[in-house]
Write a protein that binds this ligand. Sequence first.
Ligand SMILES: C[S@@+](CC[C@H](N)C(=O)[O-])C[C@H]1O[C@@H](n2cnc3c(N)ncnc32)[C@H](O)[C@@H]1O
Length: 186
Amino acid sequence: MDNDWMPYANEPEPPQGQLIPFITSPPQLCEEVIKLLGVTEKDKIIDVGCGDGRIVISAVESTHCKGVGIDINQDLINGCIKEMNEKNLNNSLHFQVDDFSRPDFDFYQCDCVCFYFVPRIIKMMKPKILEYLRADHSRRCVSIRFPIKNIIPTKVNEAMKLYYYDWQSKEGKYGTNEDDCLLPAF
Ligand SMILES: C[S@@+](CC[C@H](N)C(=O)[O-])C[C@H]1O[C@@H](n2cnc3c(N)ncnc32)[C@H](O)[C@@H]1O
């Protein structure tokens, strides 16, 4: 996992507005995200900062759900669209350049949300994430690699560092106090 975390250090000049580097989740982790979220064919999943789109493509292929991938990086979105077309998944998937930090970002009204943010960005997005969850448990999200500070996840895959949140996730201390300095600036 740590080896997968590091290659971004070689990332060329990031696009303006890019708040997190491009790092891919390994295939096994993608499968686990989908499993933890309990994605079914009735769901719509969004990967916020989708990179090469692997999580939502995999979710659509394995569960026949709908999927949305947004990323600030036009080149990455072009690659996602190419793969979507090659796999004939354009009826189930939507990829778009977008900036999740815009004030009215609403997770495209999806049921399932996943993101691979760094702690500083999780902190920034925390109010939006908590506002997005619903009392009927219809909405849930998984944070990859870093937990949301001061919210106790409803489910955890500690080995893979996946943190699941829904309406039941309560305020409180969880885990270690990992902070921004874990990641070198880019
Ligand atoms: C750590 S990567 C995760 C990629 C993918 N979700 C995965 O797990 O394989 C984070 C992604 O967020 C994107 N990103 C960074 N800042 C963004 C922003 N402001 N709006 C949308 N996407 C952004 C990056 O381009 C990058 O692809």
